[in-house]
Design a protein around this ligand. Sequence first.
Ligand code: ADP
Length: 164
Amino acid sequence: MNKAIFPGSFDPPTNGHLNVIQRAACIFDELLVVIAVNQDKGYLFDSRKREEIMKEMTRDMPNVSVHLWDRLIVDFCVEKNVRLMLRGVRALADFNYEFELSMINRQLNENIETLFIPTDQKYFVLRSSAIKELAQLGGDFSRMVPPPVERALNEKFGGYFRET
Ligand code: ADP
């Protein structure tokens, strides 16, 4: 069976992440989305909330499952017997970081391969950090995130202001 994982912080997930998940779900028999749990990182949403949101976003995708993981991502691959790790890339700056990360993961376990999926140009400038900032400042982020994320951000920050 052709399996891959898509790991990330997803704090919160964006339409860019969702696009990568949808495309990957068409390529692989099984896609495991892995939400990183790192006690040292100051997440906006705790891991349970990120898991709940991601499960809701992928509810209609029968070959996609969502997992939480607080150890090395290559260890998750070993435990689940998966050899492919997907990472999305936007600009060249992403690629530098992702390339280094793939080198590190390869040193940790050379049986795991990283595959890069280029972003769809619609999501070229979408990043979770910008969405959090927009939400905090009362900007309209509704076209950048799936509905469960929009609801979660509105709950946290009390909604955004629409121009009438
Ligand atoms: P991390 O903290 O591990 O980088 P992120 O949640 O920021 O996790 O991102 C997870 C993956 O999704 C990364 O490979 C990142 O480059 C990719 N990604 C983030 N935003 C987009 C986007 N708009 N289009 C395509 N890929 C994206």
